[in-house]
Design a protein around this ligand. Structure first.
Ligand SMILES: Nc1ncnc2c1ncn2[C@@H]1O[C@H](COP(=O)(O)OP(=O)(O)O)[C@@H](O)[C@H]1O
Ligand SMILES: O=c1ccn([C@@H]2O[C@H](COP(=O)(O)OP(=O)(O)O)[C@@H](O)[C@H]2O)c(=O)[nH]1
Length: 238
């Protein structure tokens, strides 16, 4: 019997992870694969909460650079995460996983609002909880929402599923010679401005002693290995 190293996890899925090699939107095959990976850890008895990004549809910062009011653009970005959450929930349904979506912005006809106690109850029942609309505030990111909801849900670890398989000495997409860290402290990640997660999110994790693992969602079986406590991605800790 394989035993997971963590009882409850918060998985941060970037919007861009959902588009695979496409340039926009949601790739159905990629989505099904991600759902299968989540189902595998759920079957281990691990309680799974998900914070979903929106970068595959809309990124506030990019539009603000083009002259749009930043807060307006950020609200659009948060609404984009609600669309991704609905798509993810539907893919989970098709994949045999029961999930509930809770949104930090009220869209009552579509999803229920974020209610902490209810979310915890769902997790205890073995349902996957998908948190949409980030923190509900402009000028923040879904990475920060992951740290925040992770703390509120009392998870054992926050897992950032992204396009690269860990934290590197510099951006590995730009520097092929970048070296991957197996372990790293929050202070080092912040001091070196390693960019893999924003400083607000890293600081929140650090101050609340929340473990963080950064790993690649495109690597088959990586999520399961992280959950089993194997050497996968980069473990960031105090
Ligand atoms: N030191 C670093 N280590 C790893 N990735 C880095 C680093 N610096 C920059 N990056 C870039 O950060 C990206 C992940 O951050 P971000 O774009 O915010 O992810 P996401 O969209 O998954 O939230 C990676 O794809 C990588 O190219
Ligand atoms: O608490 C939050 C979370 C997200 N966003 C907006 O939503 C967009 C999509 O989220 P993010 O870029 O974090 O998604 P990801 O990179 O994970 O796909 C961001 O660009 C922001 O504009 C926000 O304003 N507040």
């Amino acid at each position: 019997m394989t035993t997971a190293a963590y009882k409850r996890i918060l998985l941060k899925l970037s919007g861009e992870a959902l588009m695979g090699d496409d340039s926009y939107g949601i790739n159905r095959v990629v989505m099904e694969r991600i759902v299968a990976e989540i189902a595998e850890v759920s079957r281990l008895g691990v309680q799974v909460a998900v914070v979903i990004g929106g970068g595959n549809i809309f990124r506030g910062m990019t539009s603000a650079e083009d002259g749009m009011d930043r807060a307006t653009a950020d609200y659009m970005g948060m609404l984009a995460t609600v669309m991704n959450a609905l798509a993810l929930q539907d893919a989970m349904r098709r994949g045999g996983l029961v999930s509930r979506v809770q949104s930090a912005l009220r869209v009552d006809q579509v999803v229920e609002p974020y209610i902490r106690g209810k979310a915890i109850r769902y997790l205890e029942e073995g349902k996957v909880v998908i948190f949409a609309a980030g923190t509900g505030n402009p000028f923040f990111t879904t990475d920060t929402a992951a740290a925040l909801r992770g703390r509120e849900m009392n998870v054992d670890i926050v897992l950032k599923a992204t396009k690269v398989d860990g934290v590197y000495s510099t951006d590995p997409k730009k520097n092929p010679g970048a070296i991957r860290y197996e372990k790293l402290s929050f202070d080092a990640a912040i001091a070196q401005n390693l960019k893999v997660m924003d400083a607000t999110a890293l600081t929140l994790c650090r101050d609340h002693k929340l473990l963080l693992n950064v790993f690649s969602i495109f690597k088959p079986g990586a999520l399961r290995r992280v959950v089993l406590g194997e050497n996968e991605g980069t473990l960031v800790q105090v």
